[in-house]
Design a protein around this ligand. Structure first.
Ligand SMILES: *Cc1c(COP(=O)(O)O)cnc(C)c1O
Length: 469
């Protein structure tokens, strides 16, 4: 058997990617006020901002798009999707939504989150925001290894079962649900083991709490289980996926990830009353329950995507391509989060630029250096994104870690693109001593990372925290 894992597809439609010059990239970045979120796609050669809705659809999905049924109520495309989802997950009620966060909002609202606590391995940002918006309290109970970049635990996305039991015991009626995010996006796309999911589900049951999944990357999680968990090697991904969903009372899914589509979400539950309430809210905020904010063609493409994502050739290539980039960077000595996640490689910016303090955004310094050197856009996940301005005017309150995420879109880039990324990052690493930090010149009070304006810090490590406007 040849050892090379190939892209398990050939390319039928191509989209040219922009090639720019060093001089131009410097101009573009300055015009974007040194915030890569403000760059335009025609200025970017390789975009690793996110894997959400950025993947390529297959010929079969595009064929399904043409077959999509745009009937307002009772669309054939809905029933096709419903059949695929029921077979995949076994859940009784299938509600489409326009994307994951709307599924979250509806489910959390009908489950009565107000004044209650949601216990999770980790809440994804939008889930956390929705819990808080509904006046609930999100509590993250991921295992401690998740916060140790060097520790090579096979299932760093797991929930700490002891802590979960303790919280269930102590909080009693205050707990609204137990929620598991698979894979665990917040800690780097790290998987959750089947054993951990089963034990968490059993605890939820013992304390009479609903067990809910945030299943955006359900197929990647199942692939990791098949590869890494004892006794799972001979099972099919479909079987593992089904066993995972059989544990839950309901799930939300952003289909922009493992659904292999550019837009779409799902909300599924078993309980009839809950489903009725969810449908009512869905009609109010998304649309009729057989389209949920999507076009019929979107439902049709999703029905195909949810089947394709289970193909083991695809999953093997997907996880291998992320691991390939991770390994190439590791060989260059670049400080990384270990092991590679399912959808992204995370660089430890504190170790990359030890001379840049957290309040001068070493992660942003790295994303900007990467853009200038090779037109690659990554994303800072550190103090610019999660830190807060210091009310007294001093340096920012910093985030727990300064990371840069390089997120790999599905079926979009090839191995030569990965080689290019590694080469550019190698060059950036060679010149790390010359790189300086940044200071904010303008920011908003919420979600500042998306809109902030910055400038490079020149001269010594003066403390420039920036002003709040
Ligand atoms: C992307 C994502 C969401 C939110 O979904 P959207 O489709 O972006 O609204 C929720 N949870 C997880 C784990 C995600 O990755």
């Amino acid at each position: 058997m040849p050892k090379t894992i190939i892209e398990p597809f050939r390319i039928k439609t191509v989209e040219a990617i922009p090639q720019t010059t060093l001089k131009k990239r410097k101009e573009y970045l300055a015009a974007a006020k040194f915030n890569p979120f403000k760059l335009r796609s025609e200025q970017i050669t390789i975009d690793l901002l996110t894997d959400s809705g950025t993947g390529a659809m297959s010929a079969n999905q595009w064929a399904a798009v043409m077959q999509g049924d745009e009937t307002y109520a009772g669309s054939r495309s809905f029933f096709q999707l419903e059949e695929v989802v029921t077979k995949l997950t076994g859940l009784k009620h299938v509600l489409p939504t326009h994307q994951g966060r709307s599924s979250e909002h509806i489910l959390l609202a009908v489950m009565g989150t107000a004044g209650k606590v949601v216990l999770a391995n980790n809440h994804f940002d939008t889930t956390k925001a929705n819990v808080e918006y509904l006046k609930g309290t999100p509590v993250d109970l991921v295992i401690k290894e998740a916060h140790e970049p060097e520790t090579k635990h096979p299932f760093k996305g797991n929930i700490d079962l002891e802590k979960l039991e303790q919280h269930l015991q102590e909080l009693g009626d205050q707990v609204a649900m137990v929620l598991m995010t698979i894979t665990n996006n917040t800690v780097g796309g790290q998987p959750v083991s089947l054993a951990n999911l089963k034990a968490a589900a059993a605890l939820a049951k013992r304390f009479n709490k609903p067990f809910i999944l945030d299943a955006a990357r359900f197929a990647e999680n199942a692939w990791f289980i098949k590869q890494r968990e004892e006794g799972q090697q001979s099972r099919s991904v479909r079987e593992i996926v089904r066993e995972t969903f059989d544990l839950c009372d309901g799930f939300t899914m952003s289909c922009k990830k493992d659904g292999l589509v550019n837009i779409g979400g799902l909300l599924c539950v078993n309980d009839d009353t809950l489903a009725e309430q969810a449908r009512s809210l869905l009609i109010l905020t998304e649309g009729f329950p057989t389209y949920g904010g999507l076009a019929g063609r979107d439902l049709a493409a999703l029905a195909v995507g949810l089947e394709e994502v289970l193909e083991e050739d695809y999953l093997q290539y997907r996880i291998a391509s992320v691991a390939y980039l991770h390994k190439a960077l590791d060989k260059l000595g670049i400080p990384l989060m270990h092991p590679a996640g399912g959808h992204a490689v995370y660089i430890d910016a504190t170790a990359f630029y030890p001379h840049i303090p957290a309040h001068q955004y070493p992660g942003l310094a790295l994303t900007n250096a990467l853009y200038v050197a090779g037109g690659i856009r990554a994303v800072e996940i550190g103090t610019l994104m999660f830190g807060t301005p210091n009310e007294a005017g001093g340096p920012d309150n910093t985030a727990p870690m300064e990371l840069v995420r390089m997120t790999i879109p599905r079926r979009t880039y090839t191995q030569s693109h990965m080689d290019y990324i590694a080469e550019v990052l190698g060059d950036v690493y060679q010149q790390r001593d010359m790189t300086t930090g940044y200071a904010i010149t303008k920011q908003t009070s919420i979600l500042r990372a998306f809109t902030a304006e910055l400038q490079p810090v020149t001269g010594a490590t003066e403390n420039l925290a920036g002003s709040v406007v």
